[in-house]
Design a protein around this ligand. Structure first.
Ligand code: HEM
Length: 456
């Protein structure tokens, strides 16, 4: 299978392709940018039977992401996630995806998610109140625990009836195994090959299913409803008045859990890292929080006024987008800019490389939240900032996540600040999500007394 002449330039020959691909997997941001410098904004190559095109031009990226006629579907790696996400929103396609997106959207609008602010603030306060002055902590593990608590409470309600950490561990374990499968050459072997990782994935999926199905069955049986997302999904009806099956509910719930947990934890961890590295920004953020909140806990209504806190979250995700790679696959031969791509071509977009491109972002490696306050970020071209993706498949949890980042950062900032234990640059691991490699050690400097319980 040769490449057509209209295919983008890029590495050719087994050795060059294998080396490039391995580098992409190990050091995606640096290697994507190096590859663009060598071959241009659009480059392509063949890997085994796959044709892969890497896009760095915001215009062409927009064309792929906003497409609505079914030319572009999720790439194979994302589709493979259906092994345990089933047909949840992330992995679904076509008419079924459209129906589900319509069913879920009302529960995640800006107005509706205000209901979840209290849960977010409560979880962050309980965490911040436990911090002791001088403690050395793995902030990434802490943020994973906080966002796990938040996602469990907002999705399933406070009366979950199961140990959230057990479900969290089962989900983390599936993701680790999945990562092992997709990042190695094993992804080219058929799904029936029984590797240990595949076996473990099936086992963990069963554990997750047992818990989630129990909650769904209980809710159906008792009719018990609350302000949680699952209650909304149980009540959601399409245009014909039909609701979701138990299996579809399970798939959506597990998808929301997976999509919303680690991504947010990573963004919070990197934000705390940056605040530790930039005491002047940290001090301004604290002033803002004190000015806006005084002595009371944050609410959804405060988010708009916490402008610097919001800018810190945005700037953090510019430099370290938790979803650092977005993929699509062409369902038919397609023209893209000057290229013609055959059906089956996979397209990769690296928000991480794009958001550090000096053509779009002056002083791209500097952590400068003010670019989001002084209007300069608005000068970046459309689709040069994609932490939540874009087009019709943009992250459905984007407002939820942005609000969670602001409320958790503000709540923690009132109680404590974190200082880096080591001045060495934090190493990052580009797994399915982008996260600090081996955790993030920081020391707590406490401020004030734990909050009074009645203020919760
Ligand atoms: C900082 C946190 C988050 C980041 C960086 C993030 C990022 C993304 C990105 C980039 C996509 C698009 C993927 C693609 O186009 O292939 C996406 C999709 C999605 N996200 Fe998020 N996300 C975050 C938080 C959340 C939260 C909190 C939820 C749920 C409450 C969520 C649920 C989803 C779902 C269901 C999809 C699939 C949407 C669809 O295809 O219709 N995400 N997310």
């Amino acid at each position: 299978m040769t490449l057509p002449p209209s295919f983008p330039p890029g590495p050719r020959g087994l050795v060059e392709v294998a080396t490039t691909f391995r580098r992409f997997m190990n050091e995606p941001e640096a290697e994507f940018r190096a590859a663009h410098a060598r071959w241009g904004d659009t480059l392509g190559f063949r890997l085994g039977r796959d044709r892969i095109v890497v896009l760095g031009d915001p215009g062409l990226i927009g064309e792929v992401l906003v497409n609505t006629d079914g030319t572009w579907v999720k790439d194979r790696v994302t589709r493979d996630l259906s092994v345990f996400l089933g047909m949840g929103l992330l992995t679904n396609e076509g008419a079924s995806w459209r129906r589900q997106r319509k069913l879920l959207s009302p529960s995640l609008t800006r107005r509706h998610i205000a209901l979840y602010a209290d849960a977010m603030v409560g979880c962050a306060r309980r965490y911040a109140d436990r911090l002791a002055d001088g403690d050395e902590r793995d902030v990434h593990a802490d943020m994973s625990a906080v966002t796990l608590e938040i996602v469990t409470e907002t999705l399933f309600g406070a009366a979950f009836g199961h140990d959230p950490t057990r479900v969290g561990h089962a989900i983390d374990s599936v993701m680790v195994d999945f990562q092992e499968l997709v990042q190695t050459w094993r992804r080219f072997l058929p799904a029936t090959v029984p590797f240990a990782a595949r076996r473990r994935m099936v086992e963990s999926s069963k554990e997750i299913d047992a818990v989630v199905m129990e909650v769904i069955h209980r809710r159906r049986r008792t009719g018990e409803r609350g302000d949680d997302l699952l209650s909304r999904l149980l009540e959601a009806r399409d245009d014909e008045g039909s609701g979701m099956s138990d299996q579809q509910l399970r798939d959506e719930a597990v998808t929301l859990f997976v999509a919303g947990h680690e991504t947010t934890a990573n963004a919070l961890s990197f934000a705390l890292m940056f605040l530790g590295d930039h005491p002047e920004v940290d001090a301004r953020l604290r002033d803002e929080v004190a000015r806006v909140l005084g002595d009371r806990p944050a609410t959804a209504d405060d988010v708009a006024a916490l402008r610097l806190t919001d800018a810190v979250a945005r700037e953090t995700m510019r430099l370290y987008p938790p979803a650092h790679l977005i993929g699509r696959e062409a369902t038919r031969d397609v023209a893209l800019g000057p290229y013609r791509l055959p059906r089956g071509t996979a397209v990769l977009i690296s928000p991480w490389a794009l958001q550090r491109d000096p053509r779009h972002w002056p002083d791209p490696l500097a952590f400068r939240p003010d670019r989001w306050l002084d209007g300069s970020a608005e000068r970046a071209p459309k689709n040069a900032y994609l932490p939540f993706g874009g087009g019709p498949r943009v992250c459905i949890g984007n407002h939820f996540a942005q609000m969670e980042l602001v409320l958790v950062l503000a709540t923690i900032a009132r109680r404590a600040r974190f200082e880096r234990v080591s001045a060495a640059p934090v190493r990052v691991q580009a797994a399915i999500t982008l996260r600090p490699a081996g955790g993030l050690r920081m020391r707590v400097a406490r401020r004030g007394e734990p909050s009074a319980p009645q203020q919760e």
